[in-house]
Design a protein. Structure first.
Lengths: 345, 308
């Protein structure tokens, strides 16, 4: 078995140029009146060999950002503005066929629920061969051999046997490994893992994350972890982007973000993590109110109605805060009053 | 083994139902055979001869006792074994039902897939309205219209009857129009069900994943999604076979084709209990056999049904 954790250190990387860069992406659902804006002004960078964690509540636009970037946002959603740069090319100008060839090969994805993500009426081998042959002009036999190697690479026992298994014969963790094997079969430069462990039990979660992290180090691909599990973020991520209401509200390297969050929403998220050392009688702090309805965002800051910092500041409700540099290099926040956070409780 | 037990229980149930249902029809064979001017004595004599004077349960017991040996009695009209008469008229009906079903599948499944891919488009709306019409118009009406249009007006096909020779081409020509009518009317069911099965399959998460992994759309639809949709499609084909057997009887009547339908119809009119029992039993068995075959086909399509 391959122990990725003890592999010699990674390929040398150009640590500055991102391999995938999303710039000011805007995704809308057209209606007969004003379009509903699902994503607005979303900018993210994925670097080779590093992990970007995208954090936020359900409906904050985490997954939608990457589905839009890859041209697979469910209709009638459509990208209205912005660009997506991958290896110097703008994906928003790609034809559907060019995007198809990129998906699964240059940029690949792993999804949330391994129980429904595999086709129940085909064997593991048939499904992997289908994906490999969608991108490479090789024969069935060669594709089958490659798929078997990939199963070994994600540490599935008895790969030749598992190739003939149907999804229902495998456990959830094994199925997620199969999906990861499928996603890395074509050596992607970027792997997007959309809540890859949410549907799995805790012990398996750690194994899957270790596997993904090992593959990242081994291949030098950029890894995007879409999650709402801040524990995973703290442990694995290099960069973090926090999303709220279809926008990025804070972005930074993981260390500074956890040490000094510069957006009230981020700090509220951190406080709502259960702690082992908290007194039993203390209630777990929660964020008051509900995640915003994306169709009826307030004109100002989307978090303003729930904000603990807000007090009586009128500008939060009228002015949409831009994402600006705050403090340390690369740390950005979309809060008009972030300096006040240091003094507030 | 389990399937076999199911089969036996079903056949027994069908025998029982047929036996009692036909006796619920007013009138009896003796009266029907002897005509309006028969004397009560003559009728009573014939009834005794046919065993109709016995209590119903005794008749039923006799019927079952003979049936297990494959003896379904003799037709009261012709005196020949009822089963032989039915089996003689089976091939013509089977040819009609199977070719009708084949046309229905070859027409309905592709139409269902195309409309599912373009759900909400004009093509979809038009085909679905056409399908609704196909379901709404009774098959005998479609038969009459097609005779008028395709046989009487443009002489494309012979209008009535079956081939008088063994010539294959001649037989096919006579089969074409009835099979087409039967096929088109049942294709509507298959198209509608295929459409909804495909829509359902295309909404599955694993289809989203396949697209996200760059599998070409044509493979996604015709290979990955279709295999999933085949499960409900097979189910409707099984149901449709029973339906098209029933419709075949009507179609035979419209086109004056010999077959099971006309034989059974004659039997009903003459209150020829034995003939009707044999006919319905054979029809029911055909449906049971086809549905058992479909069950086997399920196993081929859906690995989850196979034992580990």
């Amino acid at each position: 078995m391959l122990d990725v954790a003890t592999q010699p250190s990674p390929v040398t990387l150009d640590r500055d140029a991102p391999i995938l860069e999303i710039r000011r992406l805007r995704t809308e659902v057209p209606t007969s009146h004003d379009p509903i804006v699902l994503l607005d002004d979303v900018s993210l960078q994925v670097h080779a060999g590093r992990m970007l964690a995208v954090v936020g509540e359900s409906g904050s636009g985490k997954s939608m950002t990457f589905l839009s970037a890859l041209g697979i946002a469910p209709p009638p959603c459509r990208v209205a503005a912005g660009s997506v740069l991958f290896e110097g090319k703008d994906l928003t100008r790609f034809s559907p066929e060019e995007l198809r060839r990129l998906r699964g090969a240059g940029i690949s994805m792993v999804f949330q629920d391994p129980l429904t993500a595999l086709n129940p009426v085909f064997t593991i081998g048939q499904q992997m061969v289908e994906v490999i042959r969608a991108h490479r002009a090789i024969g069935r036999r060669a594709a089958w051999a490659h798929a078997t190697d990939m199963l070994a690479r994600v540490q599935i026992p008895d790969p030749p046997g598992r190739m003939h298994a149907y999804p229902h014969q495998l456990s959830g963790g094994m199925r997620q490994r199969v999906l990861i094997a499928m996603a890395i079969a074509l050596d992607p430069r970027v792997l997007i893992a959309d809540e890859p462990t949410t549907a799995l039990d805790v012990t398996v979660q750690a194994q899957i994350l270790e596997l993904l992290d090992g593959l990242r180090r081994e291949t030098g691909m950029g890894l995007v972890l879409i999650t709402h599990d801040l524990g995973l973020v703290a442990r694995y991520a290099d960069q973090v982007a926090v999303m709220y209401g279809g926008r990025v509200v804070e972005a930074a390297a993981a260390g500074p973000l956890f040490a000094t969050p510069r957006h009230p929403y981020t700090r509220a998220l951190f406080r709502s993590i259960p702690r082992l050392d908290a007194a039993l009688e203390e209630d777990l702090p929660t964020i008051p109110g509900h995640p915003p309805n994306i169709a009826e965002l307030p004109p100002g800051c989307a978090f303003a109605p729930r904000c603990w910092l807000r007090g009586a500041r009128a500008d939060c409700e009228t002015e949409r805060p831009p994402l600006v540099a705050v403090g340390e290099a690369g740390h950005r926040s979309a809060c008009l009053h972030w300096p006040d956070m240091a003094h507030a409780a | 083994m389990q399937t076999l037990v199911q089969l036996i229980v079903m056949v027994f149930g069908i025998c029982t139902l047929v036996f009692f249902l036909i006796r619920l029809i007013p009138g009896d064979p003796a009266t029907a055979m002897l005509g309006d001017y028969a004397t009560p004595q003559a009728i009573a004599a014939l009834r005794a001869d046919l065993g109709l004077d016995q209590p119903l349960l005794v008749q039923y017991g006799r019927f079952l006792g003979h049936a297990v040996t494959g003896d379904l009695g003799a037709s009261v009209v012709t005196g020949q074994p009822a089963l032989d008469q039915i089996l003689d008229s089976l091939p013509a009906s089977a040819a009609l039902a199977l070719s009708g079903l084949a046309i229905a599948v070859l027409l309905g499944v592709p139409l269902g897939i195309v409309t599912a891919r373009r759900a909400g488009s004009w093509t979809d709306t038009l085909v679905m309205i056409g399908g609704l019409l196909g379901i709404s118009f009774p098959v005998f009406w479609l038969g009459l219209v097609s005779v008028l249009l395709l046989a009487h007006e443009i002489h494309l096909f012979p209008a009535l009857g079956a081939a008088s020779s063994d010539d294959l081409l001649d037989q096919l020509q006579h089969l074409a129009l009835p099979a087409l009518v039967l096929g088109v009317s049942t294709a509507a069911y298959i198209a509608r069900l295929t459409r909804s099965a495909m829509l359902e399959a295309l909404m599955q998460e694993h289809i989203r994943v396949a697209r996200a992994m760059g599998v070409p759309e044509r493979r996604v639809v015709y290979h990955l999604a279709l295999r999933n949709a085949m499960i409900p499609i097979l189910a409707i084909i099984g149901v449709t076979f029973a339906l098209s057997l029933g419709s075949a009887i009507l179609v035979e009547a419209v086109f004056s084709r010999p077959g099971l339908g006309s034989t059974i119809l004659k039997g009903i009119l003459a209150r020829d209990y034995q003939l009707v029992q044999a006919g319905v039993l054979v029809l029911a068995l055909a449906v049971v056999v086809v549905n058992s075959l479909i069950d086997v086909a399920y196993l081929a399509v859906d690995p989850r049904l196979r034992r580990a």
